[in-house]
Design a protein around this ligand. Structure first.
Ligand code: ITT
Length: 196
């Protein structure tokens, strides 16, 4: 069975595709199917938004769809930008603009704890759904480091690796990331579901 990855974010597509391939889950992108579905993320939580995206793409593609909703939650910013991570600072900013804004807003802050959160939702054409979540704890760096990954990776420092996500290889990041952990949990649930 093929699964559509319900995301238009190339960084996520790359990471989700690689992780799911390791578990033998065959995926296609919305682009492969000639689909562009714009889903309004009106949910208050990562889990709600992931389900909105999975259900919308599943309905259009008539294939099971796997969505990821994720974000960076910073303690000193009361958990922000959180579900607004992709929209932090407004429409005009790119990834670099968003993480530079974050560094600016953290200037002088000594409490730098943060975590990435990821909710995975899978919707099947018969109406069944599966969900999973993952998280990775770290701190906000004082300056960007590394060119790898996407989004806020250059400013998310992982103490156990003494590196930012941006300084890790794709494999190193996925082994400990919110997305890697959520997808590993999801694949376990998928295997159980498919056996039924
Ligand atoms: P889709 O909705 O099409 O999947 P999106 O980028 O809009 O793409 P989200 O609404 O889930 O997705 O926003 C997640 C944002 O959080 C993303 O744009 C990044 O800025 C950030 N983010 C999530 N996971 C990340 C990661 O592994 N590394 C760096 N930044 C990440």
């Amino acid at each position: 069975m093929k699964y559509v990855l319900a995301t238009h974010n190339p960084g996520k597509l790359r990471e989700m595709g690689a992780i799911l391939a390791r578990f033998g889950v065959e995926v296609v992108s919305p682009k492969d199917l000639g689909l562009t579905v714009d889903v309004e993320e009106t949910g208050a939580t990562f889990a709600e938004n992931a389900m909105l995206k999975a259900k919308a793409i599943c309905a259009v593609a008539q294939l099971p769809a796997i969505a990821d909703d994720s974000g960076l939650c910073v303690d000193a910013l009361n958990g922000g930008p959180g579900v607004y991570s992709a929209r932090y600072g407004g429409e005009g900013l790119d990834d670099r603009g968003r993480y530079m804004l974050l560094l600016n807003n953290m200037r002088g802050q000594t409490t730098r704890a943060a975590h990435f959160a990821c909710a995975i939702a899978c919707a099947f054409p018969n109406g069944d759904t599966l969900t999973a979540e993952g998280r990775c704890d770290g701190t906000i760096a004082f300056a960007p480091m590394g060119e790898g990954g996407f989004g806020y990776d250059p400013v998310f420092f992982v103490p156990e690796k003494a590196k930012t996500f941006g300084q890790l290889t794709a494999e190193e990041k996925s082994a400990i990331s919110h997305r890697g952990r959520a997808l590993e949990s999801f694949v376990g649930k998928l295997e159980t579901y498919l056996k039924k």
